[in-house]
Design a protein around this ligand. Structure first.
Ligand code: SAH
Ligand code: DHB
Ligand code: MG
Length: 223
C-alpha cells in the first residue's frame, strides 16, 4: 500500500472545501472568536461541517443535540440546517468554551433556538432524560472520546425510530485499528465503533474523513 501523503490529503480537503464550503462570514467569525479566546483548534473541518449540515437537512431534523460545543463551530453548521422554530441543545463542560460559543451563536441561525447547557455531558443527558425531554432527530457526539460509549447509551434514551446519531474522531489516523493502542481516545473510539456495530437497535457505518490526517465520522440510524 502507498504511504499516506499528508500534503495530498490537505490538497484534497482544500479542493472539496473550495467547491462545497466556501468562506462564510458567520463561520469565519466563529473561528476568529474561538482563536482570539485561546480555544484549541479542534473543531470539525469546513467540509465535515458541510457534511453534518447536509445530513441534518436530508433527515429533515427539527431538534438536534450536540455533545461537545467548544466555540460552537459545528453547532453553527447544524443550527443552520434546522428550520425556523427548530431547536438545538449543545452540551459543554467548560464555562469558558460555553461563553465563547454563546457569543458566536447569538445570530448564527435566526429563528432557531440554541441552548448551550454547561456541565458534564453525562449528567446533563441524564437530567434531560429525567426531565422527559422530547426526543431528538439528530445527535452529534464530539466530546471526550473515552466516554463515547456512555454517551451512546444515554442518547439512545433521547432518540426515536429514525434518529441519526453521528460521532466524530472515530478513526484517529488508524489508531483505532490497534486493540492495544496506548491512546485512550483511540480506545474510546474503538469501543464506540464496536458498540454501534453490535447494537441491534442501530444500523451503522464509519466514513473516513480526510484532513491533514485521516479521521472518521460514525453514522448510525435508529431502527
Ligand atoms: N463540536 C466542536 C468541537 C468540540 S471539542 C466543533 O467541532 O466545533 C470537544 C469539547 O467537548 C470541548 O469543548 C470540551 O471542553 C468538551 N468536553 C470534554 N469533556 C466533556 C464532558 N464530560 N461533558 C461535556 N463536554 C465535554
Ligand atoms: C480533538 C478533539 C476533537 O473533537 C477533534 O475533532 C480533534 C481533536 C482532541 O481532543 O485533540
Ligand atoms: Mg471532533
Amino acid at each position: 500500500m502507498k504511504p499516506v501523503d499528508a500534503a495530498l490529503l490537505e490538497r484534497i480537503d482544500r479542493y472539496v472545501e473550495t467547491l462545497f464550503a466556501p468562506p462564510d462570514p458567520v463561520l469565519d467569525a466563529n473561528l476568529t472568536a474561538a482563536a482570539a479566546a485561546g480555544l484549541p483548534p479542534i473543531h470539525v473541518s469546513a467540509a465535515e461541517g458541510k457534511l453534518l449540515y447536509l445530513i441534518a437537512r436530508m433527515v429533515g431534523a427539527r431538534r438536534a443535540l450536540e455533545v461537545g460545543t467548544l466555540g460552537g463551530y459545528s453547532t453553527t453548521w447544524l443550527a443552520r440546517a434546522l428550520p425556523v422554530g427548530g431547536r438545538l441543545v449543545t452540551l459543554e463542560i467548560d464555562e469558558r468554551h460555553a461563553a465563547v460559543a454563546r457569543g458566536s451563536l447569538r445570530d448564527a441561525a435566526p429563528g432557531v433556538e440554541i441552548d448551550v447547557l454547561v456541565g458534564d455531558a453525562a449528567d446533563t443527558l441524564r437530567a434531560l432524560i429525567d426531565g422527559g425531554a422530547e426526543p431528538f432527530d439528530l445527535v452529534f457526539i464530539d466530546a471526550d472520546k473515552t466516554r463515547y460509549g456512555e454517551y451512546l447509551e444515554l442518547v439512545l434514551r433521547l432518540a426515536h425510530a429514525g434518529t441519526v446519531i453521528l460521532a466524530d474522531n472515530v478513526i484517529r489516523h488508524g489508531l483505532v485499528l490497534d486493540p492495544a493502542s496506548g491512546d485512550p481516545a483511540a480506545q474510546g473510539a474503538r469501543a464506540y465503533n464496536a458498540a454501534i456495530a453490535a447494537n441491534p437497535r442501530l444500523e451503522s457505518i464509519v466514513l473516513p474523513i480526510v484532513r491533514d490526517q485521516i479521521d472518521g465520522l460514525a453514522l448510525s440510524w435508529v431502527r
